[in-house]
Design a protein. Structure first.
Length: 276
């Protein structure tokens, strides 16, 4: 299969920074069946664990540098330096970077005008998640914001997104024009046929925008699970707290807080027609 690649504007990677990396590895390894490998070269400072599932990269775990333990969403860009220049004039803030991580690539930590932290990734050897949308892997990331219009203007200006409302019962969807065709030509040749019953442009969707006037703005990371209830029970046994659970026309889901404080969503896909 062709390696999965990510055009500019597409969310491409996730990782979490945790006070106790080994404890986080034990939790997520137990929850999702991940194998975790430290990819920092011997003798170099720091740690960074890459999680794999079936031998393919799915996420990362690194040490926390402060008290803010969360999951981070990275968005692909062609040139990190050019993107940094654009963040400020659009109302955002560059927190750190660009940071070189050797041949792997370069990242930038940013905050959008409403305060949601996000990261940009200029890929080198590491293109991003190589497995997604299967149990134990990343599904997508949603932007939770206090101001849809302002957030839309910022990300459209920075990343060229198209923001649309679809009849999916899932709110406002984020599209990267042409992403479906990119997947069909590379790592997912059957995507357009598989989604022929979906609304036009659904293959271009990378996530959604959810409005919460109470905040705080954030990028919320969702993982696919085969069985929400079983995965929730496993998470609790491993020390997580269930914050809420529910159902939609398409999913059975639960929002949880891991033992060190990072929030994530577990989602079991339950399409009405039973396929996809």
């Amino acid at each position: 299969m062709t390696a999965r690649t990510y055009p500019p504007g597409v969310s491409c990677w996730i990782d979490t920074e945790q006070p106790d990396v080994d404890a986080a590895a034990a939790f997520y390894g137990g929850l999702f069946g991940w194998t975790l490998t430290d990819v920092v070269p011997p003798g170099a400072p720091g740690r960074y664990l890459v999680a794999t599932l079936d031998g393919q990269d799915v996420a990362g775990i690194g040490p926390a540098t402060g008290s803010d333990t969360r999951w981070h969403t990275y968005i692909a860009v062609a040139d990190a330096d050019e993107s940094v220049v654009a963040v400020g004039p659009l109302g955002g803030e560059v927190i750190e970077g660009p940071v070189d991580v050797g041949p792997a690539g370069r990242w930038v930590a940013d905050r959008d005008p409403q305060g949601a932290p996000f990261r940009l990734w200029q890929a080198g050897r590491r293109r991003g998640a190589q497995l997604a949308n299967v149990p134990g892997a990343w599904n997508f990331s949603d932007l939770i914001t206090t101001d849809r219009s302002a957030a839309t203007a910022f990300y459209q200006g920075l990343l060229g997104w198209r923001v649309v409302d679809m009849a999916m019962g899932a709110g406002t969807m984020i599209q990267v024009p042409g992403y479906g065709e990119h997947l069909a030509a590379t790592s997912d040749p059957d995507i357009l046929e598989r989604q022929k019953s979906a609304p036009p442009g659904f293959a271009d969707v990378i996530g959604s925008i959810l409005v919460d006037p109470t905040g705080p703005p954030a990028w919320q990371v969702t993982f696919t699970v085969a069985d929400r209830d079983a995965s929730t029970a496993t998470a609790q046994r491993l020390g997580a707290t269930v914050l809420e659970s529910g159902e939609s026309a398409w999913t059975r889901h639960a929002r949880i807080r891991d033992p060190q404080g990072a929030v994530l969503v577990l989602s079991q896909f339950t399409p009405p027609d039973g396929d996809w």
